[in-house]
Design a protein around this ligand. Structure first.
Ligand SMILES: Cc1cn([C@H]2C[C@H](O)[C@@H](COP(=O)(O)OP(=O)(O)O[C@H]3O[C@H](C)C(=O)[C@H](O)[C@H]3O)O2)c(=O)[nH]c1=O
Length: 356
């Protein structure tokens, strides 16, 4: 940390891991706008889901630096910490797609668990003011559809369904253990489903937008009645910034959008906005172990830090669809070539279910 004596401000150096991905890049944009005096270092391995072109608006800013690095690369991470001496680390780096974790769990365990421990070891070795772990509501498992009165709380037991959520829950446990055993100043946030600009089009909302625009079939898993709680990505970024500023070390904060929707209704809404027929919708074989309903109670972060989601879904989804319409080049580039083949291989043989 440095002082800017001309204005008596603290200049924080923040490492954002996974900053070329969806939520990480939005967090970088949010932080650079909100704290123009902070130094931001983006550490990213640039997997299929991370894209340097996403960061083009900040790449040449004097207070921004991009480092291509895998969080599992212990030597590389230690070297970076030794050189940069960050004040804060926010860990967004993760393999995040549930379907991929069902096909190949190993990389999820490596990046999400081992990678997190490498980062925290570096924090122990070089010192840190805060290590923040970005986690997910999927660590709580799911809730039944017929109990709308039930919500996840921070003390809801961990009860995971997929290799992805198990890897995130394992990382959360490790973060808690490093906090207790090594006195590392850690915080954890667990968010619901994010949507907004720069989301890789393998996730429900951008996938359906992109496929609808191309007049391709829209594959809804199972009956489509599964419920997710949608959170506009900028609201999420604001919550994390608040946790860094005012959250207490050792605490967990749930971040939800208070906006539960059935998958099928989201897909129909996207068809409506894009003026596409529902006949594009195809019910296909369900995801294995598919969680039925996620619902977060954001009471703690509201009461303790004053955070509430600000973006109404009807506005957020309009902005998001418009963003994908305006930024066709971005998503066309990232889904071209290898990804098309991968998608066909992964999803090509999903059985179409009979219409009800
Ligand atoms: C890709 C796809 C998804 N779905 C269904 C499956 C889910 O019930 C829902 C959302 O799926 P998606 O894969 O976009 O997101 P989740 O599995 O809910 O998980 C997401 O939100 C949490 C918080 C994270 O932590 C994950 O990292 C993030 O990927 O739509 C379909 O019906 N068809 C499709 O083609």
């Amino acid at each position: 940390m440095k002082y800017d004596f001309s204005q008596w401000r603290l200049i924080m150096k923040v490492i954002v891991t996974g900053g070329a991905g969806f939520i990480g890049s939005n967090f970088i944009f949010y932080m650079m706008k909100k704290h123009p005096d902070y130094e931001i270092i983006c550490l990213d391995k640039l997997t299929y889901a991370g894209n340097l072109s996403t960061l083009k608006s900040v790449l040449d800013k004097p207070n921004f630096k991009f480092v291509k690095l895998d969080i599992c690369d212990r030597d590389g991470v230690y070297k970076l910490f030794e050189e940069e001496k960050p004040d804060v680390v926010v860990n967004f780096a993760a393999e995040s797609h549930v379907d991929r974790s069902i096909e190949n769990p190993t990389i999820f365990l490596e990046t999400n668990i081992i990678g997190t421990s490498v980062l925290m070891d570096a924090c122990r070795k070089y010192g840190i003011k805060r290590f923040h772990q970005v986690s997910t509501d999927e660590v709580y498992g799911d809730l039944p559809l017929d109990r709308p009165d039930l919500f996840f709380h921070e003390d809801t037991p961990l009860h995971t369904s997929s290799p992805y959520s198990s890897s995130k829950a394992s990382a959360d446990l490790l973060v808690g253990a490093y906090g207790r055993t090594y006195n590392l100043p850690v915080t954890i946030s667990r968010c619901s489903n994010n949507y907004g600009p720069y989301q890789f089009p393998e996730k429900l909302i951008p996938l359906m937008i992109q496929r609808a625009l191309n007049n391709e079939k829209l594959p809804v898993y199972g009956d489509g009645e599964n419920v997710r709680d949608w959170l506009y990505v900028e609201d999420h970024c604001k919550a994390i910034d608040l946790i860094l500023e005012k959250g207490k070390a050792g605490e967990i904060y749930n971040i939800g959008g208070h906006n539960e929707m059935h998958n099928i209704d989201i897909v129909k809404l996207i068809c409506d906005y894009l003026d596409k027929p529902y006949s594009l919708i195809e019910h296909v074989t369900d995801r294995k172990g598919h969680d039925r309903r996620y619902a977060i109670d954001p009471d703690k972060i509201h009461k303790e830090l004053g955070w509430l989601p600000e973006t109404m879904f009807k506005d957020g989804i309009k902005k998001t669809i418009q963003w994908y319409l305006d930024n066709k080049e971005w998503w066309e580039n990232i889904i071209s070539g290898d990804y098309q083949n991968y998608y066909k291989e992964m999803y090509g043989d999903r059985k179409v279910l009979d219409k009800d």
